[in-house]
Ligand binder design. Sequence first.
Ligand code: SF4
Length: 114
Amino acid sequence: MHPTPRHRSLASPLGRSAWLGLPIRRIVDQGTAAEVFDDPRHPYTKALLSAVPVVDLGQRREIIRLDGDMSSPADPPSGCHFHPRCPESTPDCARAYPAATRPSDTREVRYMRV
Ligand code: SF4
């Protein structure tokens, strides 16, 4: 799923929630549309949102590029399935799948350093 401004506009009327998942079918960041779009916490969310085109020519945004290939759902990597491409990964990321962290009543992120 690649977010666009249209995703945000659809997220609010449809349950006031948004989520982003890895291509291997794992939801890694979910919450209200405002929480996910205005305060992305997961590195994959940050990378996807950095690629959304901005209309305001005065606004500059650095695009976060993810190196490497997407993981296969049939043979996902150990630990956090995003670790081979994550710009913030540490050796611990390959050892264990991150537990859900709930920074608010409506937010859940699967990330080791929220
Ligand atoms: S757990 Fe590690 S690899 Fe996974 S998103 Fe967080 S920092 Fe990146």
